[in-house]
Each structure stands twice: as structure tokens, then as C-alpha cells.
Design a protein around this ligand. Structure first.
Ligand code: ATP
Ligand code: MG
Length: 424
């Protein structure tokens, strides 16, 4: 038997813009049921749909283009890339939810997948029925599913609701059960997309632990996540997708470092020209100015000094809110700010209706390079989300009169403190 679990060659996927996404989603379950469980399968664009005029250049985009790679049996591969890079599209093709426009993907083994919440479960069926249905799709015998059943239900913490149709589940319950099913039904290949974006911290830890177990049992895992620390701890190899193509395929450390470099180079493009953004787009972020009080822009901060983050928008909107997260050089989130979480110290700017300004009285970040992801919403509706919207550096300074550490191995923030020292 070949030691290749997945082989992808010249894979491309073209989407027609404005195409009804709901219809595509409803196809999911039927297509999954038609999956030839266990047998190696090959997805290739069928002759039937070829040349039907889908995707004329002006109204279509290539979500994936000329993607080729191999995954060995037992390998744990991280797939990283910015919003819209094509990660979910790749996983959807591998799990046969969607068909490629060109090229092919060969998958050898039973696939368990946890893609966007909603795929794989039938809303009218209970949790119990969905477990058996998914097991059957994976080609498992009833006895095998029986043996795993209690473990899955306990993992998902849905004992009380196991005979309730899953359409009544909260999104957290749904996700927990979907993950439990994907990971426990012993797929030979596990495809997981952004499981860490939802659910609470404890459940995320459980998911990571379970994926680690699956990987240690020698099964193949493809893991898509924006959490680079999780990717680094779980995966041995990483693929960086950029605008639908494989930009890097390397050891996970190099892949993560390469990806972070691309985040930096993107920040060199003016923000308003960037296309790698999501949201409705009625209001867009045009620029971000980051400065230490008393200095000009230049995106340079000093430890212990005040810091100001100014977000400029294309137009005003009611109920505007800005959320941004600071990430360190290794891609670890450091701090999150959300203008919708109000404090009595917040004020209204009489001079502008298109700028939001966040002021830090004292910057507690240690020297190093940082970047921010920014989301703008109007009345709770996401308008614009840009990863790596700006980068900035912090240089040495004093926090509460004390020089800060410059060794980034010991963390990236300092906390104001004082010592009570012994007499000497
Ligand atoms: N059903 C669809 N119809 C039209 N365009 C689509 C569809 N699905 C995805 N796209 C587009 O294809 C591109 C790749 O999307 P994809 O969801 O694969 O990105 P991603 O890397 O998973 O991004 P994210 O990090 O935001 O999850 C994007 O430009 C997206 O808007
Ligand atoms: Mg995605």
C-alpha cells in the first residue's frame, strides 16, 4: 500500500461571484452520503459541468489555482494563510463537499472532517441519529459506532440533548458534537478547519488534545487555523496558501515564519488597496496610525510611554465599533481591544465621525515587532476585517521607572510592580 494519504495536483477552483452559497451548502449531506466509504477516491471536475459558461473572467474568482502537494500517511499538516487564501476551499474539495474546476485530488482512506459548522449533520435528526449516520458514511459497522458512542457523547457534553434534533442545539453544542464525531469515529484522515475559532477555551484545549491523540495514533491530519501557536505545536509540516496558490511548503517552523513575513509585506501595501479582507464592505478601514504620544506616526512605540491607535474609515455609520488584536512576532495574540465594551472613560470625538482612536496611557508591551488584526462593524454587522492591517515596533523604555526586559523569550508584556527586598 502506498504511503501517500493525499495527493493534489494542479488543483484549481473557480467561483462565480454572487453565486448562491446556501444552495451549495444543502448539497453537502447528499454528496457526503454518496461518498464511497473507505475506497480511495479522486475528485476531478466532471465532464458534465465543463464548459457551461461558469466563471466568465469578469464575474469569477479563482479561490485555488494550480495547487499541488502530497501528504504522507500519518503526517500532520498545518494549512495557514490569510482570510480568503483558499484554505477552506481546499478542505472542502478534499472532503468532497465541492468539486474542483481543474486538476485533481486523490484521497486514500476514510475521511472525517470538521469544516464550517453545519456541514455533515442533518438538522432534523437527533444527535444520536447524526452520529450513526456519520458513522455509516465513514463505512463503520453499527457495533463499532456503539462502542464509541458514549465516549463521543461525553466528549461533546451533550448527554441531555442526545435525542433532540440538532437544529435546536446551540452553536457551541453543535460544534462540540461535530468535533467529537469527526475525531472519534476513527477516520484515517482528519480534516479540521478553524475549530479553535469557536467554543470556549476549555473545549479548544480538549480539541487540541484529541487532535494530538489522533496524530499520535499515526493517522493523517490536515489542520487549518489562524492560531499559529496551535499549528506549531500540532503539526510537523506547514503549507502557506497565498491568493489560492501554495506559496510555501516546508517544516512547520519555517512555514509559520514565512507566513509572518508575508503579513509584514502586506502591510507595505496601502490598506485601502488590499483585497484580502472580509465583511459586508459598506464601511472600510482606510488606514491605521500608530504613534507614541508626542511623536509623529511612524508606527514606533516605546515601552512605558503612551500609545495611540487611530483607525480611519471610508464613511460614518451608526453603531460603529472597532475591535483589534495585537499579535507578537510568533503570531501569539497578546491583547484585544473592543470599542463596544464600553467604559465610563470613553468619550465622543466632536471633530470626526470617521475615525476611532484608542489610547493606552502606558504601553506595557516589551521591545519587539507586533502586528494587528482589525474588525469594523456597524450595529453588530461585520463590515471589514483585515489581518495584519498594520505593524509596529516597540523600543526600550521605562515602565514605572524600571527598565523593561529585552529578552522576548520571557514574554512580551510587563506588569508594573515593586519589590520588597531583604536588608543586606
Ligand atoms: N461559495 C463561494 N462562492 C463564491 N466565492 C467563494 C465561495 N467560497 C469561497 N469563496 C471565495 O474564495 C476565496 C477563498 O475562500 P476560502 O473560504 O477558501 O478562504 P480561507 O482561506 O478559508 O479564508 P478564512 O481564513 O477567512 O477562512 C475567497 O475569495 C472567498 O470569498
Ligand atoms: Mg476558511
Amino acid at each position: 500500500m502506498s504511503d501517500v494519504a493525499i495527493r493534489v495536483e494542479g488543483l484549481g477552483k473557480q467561483y462565480r461571484i454572487g453565486r448562491d452559497r446556501t444552495r451549495a451548502r444543502y448539497k453537502t449531506l447528499r454528496e457526503q452520503m454518496m461518498r464511497a466509504a473507505g475506497a480511495p477516491f479522486r475528485v476531478i471536475r466532471s465532464a458534465f459541468t465543463r464548459g457551461n459558461g461558469e466563471g466568465r473572467a469578469e464575474e469569477s474568482i479563482w479561490a485555488l489555482k494550480d495547487v499541488s502537494f502530497e501528504v504522507k500517511r500519518g503526517e500532520v499538516l498545518g494549512v495557514i494563510g490569510r482570510n480568503g487564501a483558499g484554505k477552506s476551499t481546499l478542505l472542502k474539495i478534499l472532503s468532497r463537499i465541492t468539486e474542483p474546476t481543474e486538476g485533481f485530488a486523490e484521497v486514500h482512506g476514510r475521511v472525517g472532517s470538521l469544516l464550517e459548522v453545519g456541514t455533515g449533520f442533518h438538522p432534523e435528526l437527533s444527535g444520536r441519529e447524526n452520529i450513526y449516520l456519520n458513522g455509516a458514511i465513514l463505512g463503520m459497522r453499527r457495533g463499532e459506532i456503539d462502542r464509541k458512542f458514549d465516549e463521543m457523547v461525553a466528549f461533546a457534553e451533550v448527554e441531555k440533548f442526545i435525542d433532540t434534533p440538532v437544529k435546536h442545539y446551540s452553536s457551541g453544542m453543535y460544534l462540540r458534537l461535530a468535533f467529537a464525531v469527526a475525531a472519534h469515529l476513527q477516520p484515517e484522515i482528519l480534516l479540521v478547519d478553524e475549530v479553535l475559532a469557536v467554543g470556549d477555551a476549555e473545549f479548544q484545549k480538549k480539541c487540541l488534545g484529541k487532535m494530538q491523540d489522533v496524530a499520535q495514533e499515526g493517522r493523517t491530519v490536515l489542520f487549518v487555523s489562524h492560531n499559529l501557536a496551535a499549528v506549531q505545536s500540532l503539526c510537523s509540516r506547514g503549507i502557506v496558501l497565498r491568493n489560492g496558490s501554495v506559496w510555501m511548503n516546508a517544516g512547520v517552523r519555517d512555514a509559520v515564519a514565512g507566513y509572518l513575513r508575508t503579513m509584514g509585506s502586506v502591510a507595505d501595501l496601502p490598506l485601502w488597496e488590499r483585497k484580502d479582507r472580509t465583511g459586508k464592505g459598506l464601511v472600510r478601514l482606510t488606514s491605521v496610525d500608530i504613534a507614541t504620544g508626542g511623536t509623529d506616526g511612524s508606527n514606533a512605540l516605546i515601552a512605558g510611554w503612551p500609545a495611540e491607535f487611530v483607525f480611519h474609515l471610508t464613511s460614518a455609520c451608526t453603531g460603529v465599533a472597532c475591535t483589534f488584536t495585537i499579535y507578537d512576532e510568533r503570531g501569539q495574540p497578546v491583547a484585544n481591544f473592543n470599542s463596544a465594551r464600553r467604559s465610563s472613560n470613553d468619550t465622543v470625538n466632536p471633530d470626526s465621525d470617521t475615525a476611532l482612536i484608542c489610547t493606552l496611557e502606558e504601553n506595557l508591551l516589551l521591545p519587539g515587532d507586533y502586528r494587528i488584526n482589525v474588525a469594523i462593524s456597524c450595529e453588530g454587522e461585520l463590515q471589514d476585517h483585515v489581518e495584519g492591517a498594520a505593524t509596529f515596533s516597540v523600543s526600550e523604555g521605562l515602565v514605572h521607572g524600571r527598565p523593561v526586559s529585552t529578552n522576548s523569550r520571557f514574554g512580551c508584556v510587563t506588569l508594573p510592580h515593586r519589590w520588597l527586598l531583604p536588608r543586606s
